[in-house]
Design a protein around this ligand. Structure first.
Ligand SMILES: [Ca+2]
Ligand SMILES: [Ca+2]
Ligand SMILES: [Ca+2]
Length: 292
């Protein structure tokens, strides 16, 4: 009996040893994927919208991702402080007050993202993804007690944003050269941002303002590393979509009166303050990208 147990242990140890050797012999699979969250941190009320004691600012986020050249890979998700029950208490947002967004209140998670460099693309480790968020900063008036604004944005934007991503990103054939690839990405992200601007303007017009939409921040995060990050940043800079000198790449879209701001950059831990506002109201959204 004793001997049987010992030989069983020996067999288990041997098998464990074999699988360790097998794991060590597996060829490298490219850069390891990681998980990220686009997390709204706070909203500072510079000039309040309500005429009562204070505003009730909150965040609704749409997250999207699409794999270049992989038809059907587009995903769109919605997170809202209304749906998570984390709206601020009445009149919290007095002038000068920074209202925190609770952790998880409207986070958008991007799991299993691979930051790719030029060599990784050449070796076809994984398709390049385009990740992004649209952050709607709203002021709660609760004319409807439900999450009507979140539902309207979700119902109106989620399907057409998905269609736009399928057309401009997922259904694109991958060009043969690096130069053409960079050009495709900058051109099509430019088109995507233009499309998003038009969609948002149309949706906001149809909302009828049960809560006030104070502004919208669009962020495009490109999961790149090394040389590819540099190449894309210079290409976006040339295309006028990304400029390190312009408030960390935030560009207002002039033709929209709704205060849409756009930020394009590589996916990495970051924190950015985005001024948003409509006439008579001024907020600053602090947004972060965190591992997780
Ligand atoms: Ca209001
Ligand atoms: Ca109020
Ligand atoms: Ca209010």
């Amino acid at each position: 009996m004793h001997r049987t147990m010992r030989s069983l242990f020996a067999t288990v140890a041997l098998l464990a040893g074999i699988s360790l050797v097998a794991a060590a012999c597996t060829p490298p699979a490219g850069p390891a994927p990681s998980n990220w969250k686009v997390r709204p941190v706070s909203i500072t009320v510079v000039d309040q919208e309500d005429t009562d004691a204070g505003d009730e600012p909150y965040v609704i986020q749409l997250g999207f991702r699409s794999k270049l050249g992989v038809a059907g890979s587009t995903q769109v998700s919605v997170a809202s402080q209304c749906r998570t029950g984390t709206l601020p208490a009445a009149d919290t947002g007095r002038v000068g007050v920074t209202v925190p967004v609770p952790v998880g209140g409207a986070d958008i998670a991007f799991n299993n993202v691979t930051n790719l460099d030029v060599g990784d693309l050449a070796l076809n480790y994984a398709p390049l993804e385009i990740l992004g968020t649209l952050t709607f900063v709203a002021e709660r008036d609760a004319i409807f007690s439900s999450c009507a604004v979140t539902d309207l944005i979700d119902n109106a934007l989620t399907p057409i944003l998905g269609d736009a991503l399928e057309l401009l990103i997922a259904s694109q054939p991958i060009p043969p050269t690096q130069e053409q690839l960079i050009k495709l990405i900058t051109d099509n992200i430019g088109s995507l941002l233009g499309t998003i601007g038009g969609l948002i303007a149309a949706v906001l017009e149809g909302l009828g303002n049960p809560d006030d939409i104070i502004g919208v921040a669009a962020q495009i995060h490109l999961p790149t590393a090394g040389t590819l990050t540099g190449l894309l940043n210079s290409a976006f800079s040339l295309a006028g979509l990304f400029d390190a000198d312009l408030g960390k790449g935030i560009l207002p879209v002039d033709q929209l009166g709704t205060g849409l701001k756009i930020r394009v950059g590589s996916l990495t831990s970051s924190r950015v303050d985005i001024p948003l506002g409509i006439p008579g109201t001024e907020y600053v959204l602090r947004s972060s990208v965190v591992p997780g």
